[in-house]
Design a protein around this ligand. Structure first.
Ligand SMILES: NC(=O)c1ccc[n+]([C@@H]2O[C@H](COP(=O)([O-])OP(=O)(O)OC[C@H]3O[C@@H](n4cnc5c(N)ncnc54)[C@H](OP(=O)(O)O)[C@@H]3O)[C@@H](O)[C@H]2O)c1
Length: 338
């Protein structure tokens, strides 16, 4: 039987917030695997803010998606046909399969998913890139010490919700910044943050003064922009700012807004360091073992925001991230007939 592959391809480089017409959809017969290849049916797509930056031309930590190319995406699927010695039909695998229903692979960059550790959406979040980003970014770059104050922006998202909990596990006082009262309540009531600031309600400055009276020792920043400027005003001496991302700037039409008050770094003898999780690949096993153990003991909790649909739902799902539609890790689960 010939399988028809529905693909989402980049049609245009967006200016500002992407529009539906920046992608198009194509259906074509899925090619047969050749010797050394296998075919995956993609079941879950990871929906990430970074996808927006992959749509731009220019230098970044990965090459841009080219016009006409299938939109890049990590995903989990199962092997449905194999001419590869190491991958058998039925295996559940993770890979950068793209926003499409069927993907061919030669096995490079593909890992087997241990489904006994957690659900597929968890493996795309807390037990995947999101959890690892939180783990290495906070511990290696942030270097929090017990009793210190750690502030996390984007705190109710995939990376932020895990970073804040790791800081709590390490004995820190944790303040989350997130959009909306419900998210803030979840952070405090369910995840054990000491306080949460609803930046959409305004007065981030006053709330930071209240909840970080002695200053901020570690700022794990997912958001950039104005929130970064506000935290820079409250740094404790020797503070570390972890530049994980800057989601508030990903759709800016001009040059992203940088902190005008960066001289606060000098005043506080502070550092601001960017990192890319891929650089920790040789330590992923360590990170995953620790995250899995915290999950098992109940010290760490995860939440997955699973949207069901087909490939055509991808643009809407991605755009939802920029409105804060998700709590926890956003995953698009592909309908079995889609
Ligand atoms: N350095 C690395 O290696 C690495 C790896 C993975 C991810 N990242 C970065 O980590 C960050 C978080 O990624 P994620 O996958 O965990 O996404 P996420 O936090 O689950 O989703 C994005 C969240 O950003 C918030 N947001 C959107 N627009 C905003 C704005 N204008 N101002 C403030 N907040 C805004 C929304 O929450 P609210 O409702 O709170 O606004 C939304 O839920 C991103 O910056 C991403 O690029 C970095």
């Amino acid at each position: 039987m010939t399988l028809i592959n529905l693909q989402c391809r980049l049609a245009a480089r967006p200016i500002g917030l992407p529009k539906a017409s920046d992608w198009d959809f194509a259906e074509e017969p899925a090619p047969e695997p050749e010797e050394g290849q296998f075919r995956v049916q993609v079941d879950y797509l990871s929906v990430d803010p970074a996808m927006r930056s992959w749509m731009n031309a220019g230098r970044s930590y990965v090459p841009p998606v080219e016009i006409g190319e299938v939109m890049r995406a990590g995903g989990i699927g199962h092997v449905i046909e194999s001419r590869h010695p190491d991958h058998a039909v039925g295996e559940v695998v993770y890979g950068v399969f793209g926003v499409q229903r069927y993907a061919l692979s030669d096995g490079r960059g593909v890992t087997r998913v241990d489904t006994s550790l957690g659900s597929a959406p968890m493996q795309l979040g807390v037990l995947g890139t999101g959890g690892l980003t939180a783990y290495f970014g906070l511990l290696d770059i942030g270097r929090p010490e017990p009793g210190q104050t750690v502030v996390v922006s984007g705190a109710a998202g995939s990376v932020g919700s895990i970073a804040g909990q790791i800081a709590r596990i390490k004995g820190c006082r944790v303040v989350g910044i997130a959009g909306g009262a419900d998210k803030c309540q979840w952070l405090v009531d369910e995840l054990g943050f000491d306080a949460a600031i609803d930046y959409k309600a305004g007065d981030v400055r006053g709330q930071l003064r209240l909840h970080a009276p002695d200053g901020v020792d570690v700022f794990f920043d997912n958001v950039g922009g104005e929130i970064l400027e506000e935290v820079l005003r409250r740094l404790a001496r020797g503070a570390r700012i972890v530049v994980c991302g800057a989601v508030s700037q990903y759709n800016s039409e001009g040059v992203p807004k940088g902190p005008g008050n960066y001289m606060q770094l000098l005043v506080a003898r502070a550092s601001m360091t960017g990192f890319v999780v891929f650089d920790y690949a040789d330590r992923y096993a360590e990170g995953l073992a620790q995250l899995a153990s915290w999950l098992e003991s109940g010290e760490l909790r995860s939440r997955e925001d699973v949207v069901h649909g087909d490939i055509r739902q991808f643009p809407e799902a991605l755009l939802g991230l920029f409105e804060g539609a998700n709590t926890g890790k956003l995953v698009l689960a592909l309908d079995s007939e889609g």
